[in-house]
Design a protein around this ligand. Structure first.
Ligand code: ATP
Length: 368
């Protein structure tokens, strides 16, 4: 009988004030992050924010210029990748084309001179976990992209790492397969109890799988929280813009910091968040914006109301999306569940409105 590849206790990862420069540019900037044993954590952010560099330093492919990284309590600085208790799954699977699936998965263990019988058992286990056992004798070229990605996963799992690092592992897959694999990966992770550190620039992917999400900006973490918190209470306009979609209104902060007076709407929130008199940003998600035909056409300036002209209607499946032009410089997106979506046509005069509870207020931010 064989032990499960997840038998080893899940590891912790502590990134302690780590900095990494490339020439004059700072890829990672005094970043600190504590990852719990058995946690599924995602590093999320736009291209160039330092996600991959962070992952590569945990893996040992890069060394920090400053700071410390500890895996399960021990510093790994100076420890080569193959001696760290972590394994990486990359987007480019880099399978050996001339070897079978089973040989690809066995390769690392053979290099380590693991006994033959043990290699066999562990390869079977890893292929089972990745649901690839029936393809054991195929060559990578005889597999779909999703199947190749499963082999890459098996190749990492066969080492029974206590921490698995995943660098955009689903990036090359089409959307439907991607969503299937997201569910599978999440299930696999909870079954194995292995700590997962997952790098992605896809917010949907991060939201659907992670226990916690670290949203990165310019080599630092802007917010670290679970999906609900990041979505409902983003720490900054940058996070609000990156997770989900937002309609932003920029203007003068009024009413004691509870509202933003922009050209096309007075946007009022429920709490005083901003210093009065300065410039602020108010944000409302498209799913919180109601839309209807503007029959009254009275231009009264009620708060949290905007009038405009409908310039686009699109079916998104479960929802209908409406694009409204408020003025030359501003449009607004509203989204309604399809069963209750109003019948409107391009060119219609419309009025949009939202509740103060749905409004987020932020200081002005270049990145939003
Ligand atoms: P992506 O999603 O595009 O992979 P990322 O968030 O993973 O982006 P990194 O790859 O970590 O970002 O890169 C962070 C910064 O460091 C970028 O500005 C990048 O150009 C720079 N960088 C990364 N690797 C190197 C390198 N080997 N040499 C020089 N600069 C590098």
């Amino acid at each position: 009988t064989t032990s499960s590849p997840g038998a080893e206790a899940p590891g912790t990862v502590v990134i302690d004030a780590v900095t990494k420069h490339y020439g004059d540019s700072t890829a990672v900037d005094r970043l600190s992050l504590t990852i719990e044993a058995g946690e599924f954590i995602s590093l999320l952010g736009p291209s160039g924010c330092g996600k991959t560099t962070t992952l590569r330093m945990i893996a040992g492919f890069e060394e920090p210029d400053d700071g410390d990284i500890r895996v399960s309590g021990r510093s790994v600085l100076g420890v080569p990748p193959y001696r760290r208790d972590v394994n990486t799954v990359f987007q480019a699977y880099a399978l050996f084309p001339h070897m079978s699936v089973a040989e690809n998965v066995a390769y690392g263990l053979q290099q380590k001179r693991t006994p033959k019988a043990e290699i066999h058992d562990r390869v079977v286990d890893a292929l089972d976990l990745a649901q690839m056992r029936r393809f054991a004798d195929r060559k990578p070229t005889q597999l779909s992209g999703g199947q190749q990605q499963r082999v890459a996963l098996a190749r990492a799992l066969v080492n029974r790492p206590s921490v698995l690092l995943l660098d955009e592992p689903l990036g090359a897959l089409d959307r439907q397969l991607r969503e299937e694999m997201q569910l599978e990966l999440k299930l696999l992770q909870s079954r194995l109890g292995v700590t997962f550190v997952f790098v992605t620039h896809d917010q949907g992917e991060a939201l659907s799988m992670s226990d916690r999400i670290a949203i990165m900006r310019s080599g630092r973490i802007e917010q670290l929280a679970d999906a609900d918190t990041v979505y409902a209470r983003p720490a900054s306009a940058y996070v609000a813009a990156f997770v989900g979609q937002q309609n932003f209104f920029s203007g003068t902060v009024v009413e004691g910091g509870t509202a933003v007076d922009s050209t096309h709407a007075l946007v009022r929130g429920t709490s005083a968040g901003l210093p009065a008199g300065g410039t602020g940003l108010a944000a409302v998600r498209p799913e919180f914006v109601s839309i209807e035909a503007d029959v009254a056409a009275d231009a009264s300036g009620a708060a949290n109301t905007a009038r405009g002209s409908l310039i686009g209607v699109s079916h998104l499946g479960e929802t209908m999306q409406y694009l409204v032009r408020l003025g030359d410089d501003q449009s607004l997106i509203a989204r309604r569940p399809s069963p209750e979506a109003p019948q409107l046509s391009v060119g219609d005069a419309v009025v949009c409105s939202w509740r103060a509870e749905s409004v987020l207020l932020f200081p002005a931010d270049d990145a939003a």
